[in-house]
Design a protein around this ligand. Structure first.
Ligand code: NAD
Ligand code: TDX
Length: 332
């Protein structure tokens, strides 16, 4: 049993990880989260207080970070500004949190010799053509497109430099698109589900041909725990579950599963610089560390996610109108 410090543990994937850790391990978890617009303490509701503490604070606050690293056996770093559309509107918070925040954590890991796992994204590799037979691997060159993905790429490179220059005991994982409970309604899948619940037509950027490689957040969590336990220091692991789907196919499936005609959506203004396709080859993680995903079937995972949003309107309703007002200003 150990003390895990989880940054961003009140966000979407971080909170799914905290639930996973409480269910599957004996670790104690301290969450460090600034509770930005994307963080929600309700995402940790119901977890036993003797297993989980929430410290509301910023990862750029060096004295606070130093104190928390002094008490941690390992750190898993999820905290980030995470939404591409926001990064096109106002990039500055992305530099502060994703770059300066990660730097602040790395300096504490260096001082306390703390085991550190950095959570990143497949977007650092740029995008693929629809018919490209290759997928991203650990050897794909970095080629990020957006302010969001470029700051994530920068944070990955900082981690690599702190491993090589200062001997920090870190690993990195780059995961594909996550879905599941507790995801903010600004993101694609929850936005469309909550639109349908509200009687609004789903909004597809451009033609909807863009492809994302979907993985359930709980599978991301099991992969991160595997890397934390068995990963080789200094190594990068790609996490994915062979879940490639076009956005159009996902919208049609949501509509079908929610009892609406499959064509009851509308096309809206495309995202600037919109990455065409992401696809992950997770062979290294599967063969070297023996990880496999549990949610093989996207349709049943999506059905459960739709049920979660139907059952938890109190969790998402307070943010829905503000998100839609923001998108309306962009013609989206
Ligand atoms: P999210 O936006 O839902 O959550 C981010 C959390 O970080 C929030 O709770 C927020 O309050 C917190 N936070 C933001 N700035 C902070 C700061 N300065 N100090 C402390 N806390 C701060 O994001 P998410 O979708 O859960 O993504 C989590 C991580 O996973 C990110 O690093 C992201 O790059 C990565 N990732 C996400 C996906 C995806 O599909 N969503 C895929 C691959 C990787
Ligand atoms: O209303 C929408 N309509 C639409 O067609 C929204 C919000 C999105 N889209 C499209 C854009 C993307 O092609 O859906 C796809 C998914 O969009 P997002 O949910 O914004 O995710 P994406 O930009 O792919 O990035 C996500 O995966 C990688 C996360 O937000 C990142 O944090 C992660 O790094």
């Amino acid at each position: 049993m150990g003390n895990l410090l989880v940054t961003g543990g009140a966000g979407f994937i971080g909170s799914n990880f905290v639930h996973h850790v409480v269910e599957h391990t004996d670790h104690h978890v301290t969450v460090l989260d600034a509770l930005t617009y994307a963080g929600n303490r309700e995402s940790l509701a119901g977890l036993p207080s003797e297993r989980v503490d929430l410290v509301v604070g910023n990862i750029t606050d060096a004295p606070l970070v130093d104190e928390l690293f002094g008490r941690a056996d390992a750190v898993v770093h999820y905290a980030a500004e995470s939404h591409n559309d926001n990064s096109l509107h106002d990039p500055r918070p992305f530099l502060d949190t994703n770059i300066v925040g990660t730097y602040t954590l790395l300096e504490a890991a260096r001082k306390h010799d703390t085991r550190f796992h950095h959570i990143s994204t497949d977007e650092v590799y740029g995008d693929l053509e629809l018919d490209d037979p290759d997928r991203f691997t650990e050897n794909t060159p970095y080629n990020p497109s957006s302010p969001y993905s470029s700051t994530k790429a920068g944070s990955d490179l900082l981690v690599r430099a702190w491993v090589r220059s200062f001997g920090v005991r870190a690993t990195i994982s780059n995961c594909s698109n996550n879905y599941g409970p507790y995801q903010h309604v600004e993101k694609f899948i929850p936005r469309q589900i909550t639109n349908v619940i509200r009687g609004v037509r789903p909004k597809l950027y451009g033609a909807g041909e863009n492809v994302r490689d979907w993985i359930h957040a709980d599978d991301h969590s099991s992969a991160v725990l595997t890397i934390l336990d068995q990963g080789r220091i200094g190594d990068t692991y790609l996490i994915g579950a062979d879940g490639e789907k076009s956005n159009k196919d996902v919208v049609e499936l949501i509509l079908e599963l929610m009892g609406e005609p499959a064509d009851a959506y509308e096309h809206v203004t495309d995202r600037a610089g919109h990455d065409l396709r992401y696809a992950i080859d997770s062979t290294k993680l599967r063969t070297e560390l023996g990880w496999t995903p549990s949610y093989g079937d996207f349709e049943s995972g999506l059905t459960a996610t739709i049920a979660w949003y139907r059952d938890n309107e109190a969790w998402w309703a307070p943010t829905k109108d503000g998100v839609e007002a923001f998108y309306a200003t962009k013609g989206q």
